[in-house]
Design a protein around this ligand. Structure first.
Ligand code: C6P
Length: 410
């Protein structure tokens, strides 16, 4: 069934986001920097307020009414995430600070303990620094080697080269589901399948996919999936690491301290059950409450509808941008709602500043993918990234602003 824009009542959706009523430089705010972070609906903000106003307490500690209510809300947030991505069990859902922290957790708790000299880690050339840097560091410390799945000219991954890179030395494959810099949607299900054929584990960075499409972690059959609450209408300060139970059981904890223990003596400690083993200290409780409501909001609208809406927007944007002189678009034609582009003679930062004058918020720069930019022979791009509250009119506004920038720089 093809879903059309009409199925998403964007004008009604926009009413749920107070910030979108704002004017910037006297212009209607056009927020198209959603790959960086998304705006928050009132329901998320109200839920977090309600927590602080009416049942603020620490979790898993205080046997009183407030403590119990906070604990139930916190655990319910794990259950909501598990249901959202179809995890086998909510105990496989670990709350982190963000995708970056989740990757560091894996790098330290898995990489440092299970990698040895001569082992290989396969990343792709389009990875975010939050994958590149931790695995580079862990490789240095363990003597493992990092290899990269090359990018084809069309902005997709070279799957044949990937198959050739795989061997019995491969222990970890870590790829993004959707590239934040190119919008490429990687076939992570196949990538995971090939990794498993070599008994390697597959980590999927879902920072740019989980907020925008229906994800079934069991169907993808990856071993770990990571994402950030703030990129899916939720608050900052909370991210998710979902992992297969047997692997989480075999990994030692990443952070040590309160709540992650079962028994402590002056000499020894044993670990709490999942997921608490990986959630040391007071966790992001208000943020978990907010994330659950963000998930409720997304599900009420429907992930398929959101994806279809963004597809319609990206097709329209590609059509509009292809009519613009001296504008180069990056990444494959078939892609997520992320449009990376350059305008000849205008630095992406200057372009972002001029667009700002028009009330249009884009990102300019290397998008935390410096090696990818180098590979493309550029220092950075301008990037418009869409979400459920964007419209074709927003894209028309971007076009007007680019034309203005070209007039100024002529
Ligand atoms: N990309 C962007 O503007 P954190 O910062 O930990 O929430 O997310 C890190 C991250 C990991 N993987 C991918 C694919 C990402 O896009 C990001 C965040 C933002 O593109 C900030 S650099």
């Amino acid at each position: 069934m093809s879903l059309t824009l009409q199925q998403l009542n964007v004008e009604k959706i926009k009413q749920d986001f107070p910030i979108l009523q704002r004017k910037i430089n006297g212009k209607r705010l056009v927020y198209v920097d959603n790959a960086a972070t998304t705006q928050k609906p009132s329901s998320v903000l109200k839920a977090m307020d309600r927590y602080y106003l009416f049942f603020n307490a620490n979790v898993h500690r205080s046997p009183n009414t407030l403590g119990e209510e906070a604990t139930i809300a916190y655990e319910n947030a794990h259950k909501a995430v598990a249901q959202f991505i179809n995890a086998r069990s909510w105990q496989e859902v670990i709350f982190t600070k963000n995708t970056t922290e989740g990757m560091n957790l894996l790098a330290y708790a898995y990489g440092m303990n299970f990698l040895k000299q001569g082992d290989e880690i396969i990343l792709s050339e389009m990875e975010h620094h939050s994958s590149l840097v931790p695995w580079q560091q862990i490789a240095k410390r363990t003597g493992a080697k990092v290899k990269y799945i090359p990018l084809l000219d069309d902005g997709t991954l070279d799957m044949k080269a990937y198959q050739k890179l795989l061997s019995s030395k491969t222990k970890i494959v870590c790829v993004c589901h959707v590239s934040n810099a190119l919008g490429t949607i990687n076939d992570v299900k196949t990538i995971a399948k090939y990794a498993h054929e070599q008994q390697a584990i597959c980590i999927v960075d879902g920072a740019q996919s989980v907020p925008h499409m229906k994800i079934d972690v069991q169907d993808l059959d990856c071993d770990f999936l990571l994402f950030s609450g703030h990129k899916m209408l939720g608050p900052t300060g909370i991210g998710v690491l979902v992992g297969k139970k047997d692997l989480l059981e075999k990994m030692p904890p990443f952070l040590y301290g309160g709540d992650m223990i079962s028994e402590v003596t002056y000499q020894e400690s044993t670990w709490n059950e999942l997921p608490w083993k990986f959630e040391a200290g007071t966790p992001p409780i208000a943020e978990a409450v907010g994330l659950k409501v963000a998930i409720d909001y997304l599900q009420k609208i429907g992930m398929e509808q959101i994806h279809a809406h963004e597809q319609e927007l990206i097709h329209y944007a590609q059509e509009v941008f292809s009519t613009l002189k001296d504008v180069t678009m990056y990444g494959p034609e078939k892609k997520a709602g992320i449009l990376s582009f350059t305008v000849k003679g205008i630095h992406p930062h200057d372009l972002a500043s001029i667009l700002d004058r028009h009330g249009v918020m884009i990102r300019g720069g290397h998008h935390c993918a410096m090696p990818l930019m180098k590979k493309l022979g550029i220092t950075g791009t301008a990037r418009a990234s869409f979400y459920l509250y964007n419209t074709k009119e927003d894209i028309d506004k971007i076009k007007e602003a680019i034309l203005d920038a070209q007039r100024i720089f002529k």
